[in-house]
Design a binder for this molecule. Structure first.
Ligand SMILES: Cc1cc2nc3c(=O)[nH]c(=O)nc-3n(C[C@H](O)[C@H](O)[C@H](O)COP(=O)(O)OP(=O)(O)OC[C@H]3O[C@@H](n4cnc5c(N)ncnc54)[C@H](O)[C@@H]3O)c2cc1C
Length: 531
């Protein structure tokens, strides 16, 4: 009999024998009756009120008993069903007749990579096209962009193999309930070189340096399974006849296709404009805008771990803060926290810039940063002849103003939190900040008043929750505009565009996913339906 046990508490330095002992005590049987122990989930509990930091595990184990002793009849123990033990069936072809031509996948971000992998495994021989370069060629372009502001509009922090997820924090946070697909994705990352911890940690993290190794191996698997990957291949247009996709136009050349998975992310504004022009159904979507706040990591660790702060086993601490809407101010929430990371400039269009955060696998840099975002919607910005593109134009205005205010060269506008709160025009910035290519800017020249008013009121009270963090240690960077898509490419429950047969919009750019994991499983799910 195989059982699952939750809430198995162990010290940070646990080993398998220790876990077996804990399990045997919990279910009231001898350790010799237990075998095939597998840790399926691990979360850190380092609250200062605990006597010591612990891991809380969920484990599966075989028990050499037909029925469990009475003491085991507690809700944290369940029997594992036979089909879960066997695992998922895979590679079932469903639609071979219908998908006559090789399916095209556009975009090699998490959504496109996983769609292409799934299609290749099912025998559909997909062609994956990516406007940017492979990860290795992209890396020096990104370094040049950060060092001296040289932008390659086709291969940059947002475009190229790995998509926006490559030079990222590499947090693999998953809120979806689709445990099977999440597991498949994590196992694939592990098979491509990610640390084993991605299989069990409740908040896994890989880091940008590891992603640079993992993503090319994933590409190799797509090719080995019969897929083809073309870099420097940009989708320019779609050929649609009577509501049916007939071909994609790539670098000016038509490729006939009956099915295309569109996984272009939400930075590809030229693609959105092309879709609008072709009459593909789009809908405006609420999103969020704000700033990125940076504070010393030691202060975050002290606030979160108390007396345990500094323990090498704990790693850099994270936080999540929220503040409800109140009279005169909107809600605000922290997003995409990057412990031990750095703030970066991002751009895919000349003359427009936005900010974000990234980290390496060790998360050992001296600062932590997170976006602080305020929700925005269609009533906040001017109307547009194509209503779905109004939010995108709002983002563009902020990004253009930010580029100009920081003096060009994709420098990031920045200000000390205290200067921002006191409405002081900044003349300098702390020398130890994580983003040296930033310039002092008064944020009221680039962000709308309803956003700065909300941030002024909410940030100080939100930071109070991080006991001991001082306001004068915080630096703000702006604008944070691309946390999610400003529109939906409308699709039906099968994942197909509601008015263009054969077009399957997926991932963050379609508006139905956000983040690496949810984009990846969105791509995977659509590909499963397709073939
Ligand atoms: C700096 C940074 C840090 C982040 N950190 C995290 C994190 O820690 N955890 C997390 O979950 N999420 C993070 N994110 C968000 C995450 O990266 C995205 O949610 C995710 O990458 C979206 O996946 P996607 O495949 O839908 O789109 P994308 O990753 O944007 O990929 C789209 C791809 O399509 C390509 N493309 C676009 N247009 C065309 C075209 N016309 N023809 C051909 N190809 C095209 C692009 O070049 C790109 O490679 C971060 C994002 C950034 C920018």
């Amino acid at each position: 009999m195989r059982i699952q046990l939750q809430q198995v508490n162990v010290p940070l330095g646990y080993d398998e024998a220790f876990v077996l002992q804990r399990v045997s005590r919990k279910i009231g049987c001898a350790p010799a009756l237990l075998s095939n122990l597998k840790i399926t989930r691990r979360s850190l509990d380092a609250r200062p009120r605990n006597p010591e930091p612990i891991y809380v595990l969920t484990v599966e184990v075989d028990v050499a008993l037909e029925s469990l002793p009475k003491t085991a009849e507690i809700p944290t123990i369940t029997r594992v069903a036979e089909e879960e033990v066997r695992g998922q069936e895979s590679g079932v072809r469903r639609n071979e007749e219908e998908v006559r031509l090789r399916p095209i996948v556009v975009g090699a971000g998490p959504a496109g990579l996983l769609a292409a992998y799934q299609l290749a495994k099912a025998g559909a021989r997909p062609i994956l096209i990516e406007r940017g370069e492979d990860a290795a060629s992209r890396t020096p372009k990104v370094a040049a962009f950060w060092n001296d502001g040289t932008l390659d509009p086709e291969s940059n922090v947002l475009y190229g193999e790995g998509g926006a997820g490559l030079f990222s924090d590499g947090k693999l946070t998953a809120r979806s309930k689709e445990r099977g697909r999440i597991r498949t994705f994590m196992e694939l990352l592990h098979a491509c070189g990610a640390d084993e911890s991605v299989l069990i940690d409740s908040e896994p993290h890989v880091g940008s340096d590891a992603l640079l190794r993992i993503v090319p191996r994933l590409r190799e698997r797509i090719i080995a399974a019969g897929g083809e990957v073309r870099f420097n291949a940009r989708l320019d247009s779609l050929v649609i006849e009577a509501g049916q996709l007939r071909a994609v136009v790539v670098n000016g050349q038509e490729i006939a296709c009956s099915h295309c998975v569109l996984a272009v992310g939400h930075s590809a504004r030229d693609v959105y404009a092309m879709l609008a022009e072709k009459g593909v159904a789009l809908q405006p979507k609420p999103f969020a805008v704000g700033i990125r706040l940076e504070i010393p990591q030691v202060a975050i660790d002290r606030a979160q771990y108390g007396r345990f702060a500094g323990s090498p086993r704990l790693g850099a601490a994270s936080f999540r803060l929220t503040r409800r809407e109140e009279k005169g101010i909107r809600s605000c929430y922290s997003f995409c926290m990057c412990p031990g990371g750095k703030v970066i400039s991002c751009a895919s269009e000349p003359g427009f810039m936005t900010t974000n955060g990234m980290s390496y696998s060790k998360r050992s840099l001296p600062h932590g940063n997170a976006a602080f975002l305020v929700p925005v919607g269609p009533t906040d910005y001017p109307e547009h002849p194509v209503p779905a593109l109004a939010g995108l134009e709002f983002q563009r205005k902020l990004e253009r103003d930010a580029y100009a205010a920081a003096g060009g060269g994709y420098r990031v506008p920045a200000i000390r939190l205290l200067d921002f709160l006191m409405k002081t025009v900044p003349s300098s910035l702390p020398s130890g900040r994580s983003c040296p290519t930033s310039s002092p800017v008064e944020f009221r020249t680039i962000l709308p008043e309803f956003i700065t008013r909300t941030l002024e009121k909410t940030i100080p009270s939100m930071l109070k929750e991080l006991n001991g963090v001082k306001l004068d240690e915080a630096i703000l960077y702006a604008p944070e505009t691309r946390s999610s898509s400003p529109l939906w490419i409308e699709r039906n429950p099968e994942g197909e565009s509601v008015n263009t047969k054969g077009l399957f919009p997926v991932g963050e750019g379609a508006g139905y996913a956000g983040g690496i994991v949810s984009s990846a499983i969105d791509g995977m799910r659509t590909a499963e339906r397709l073939f």
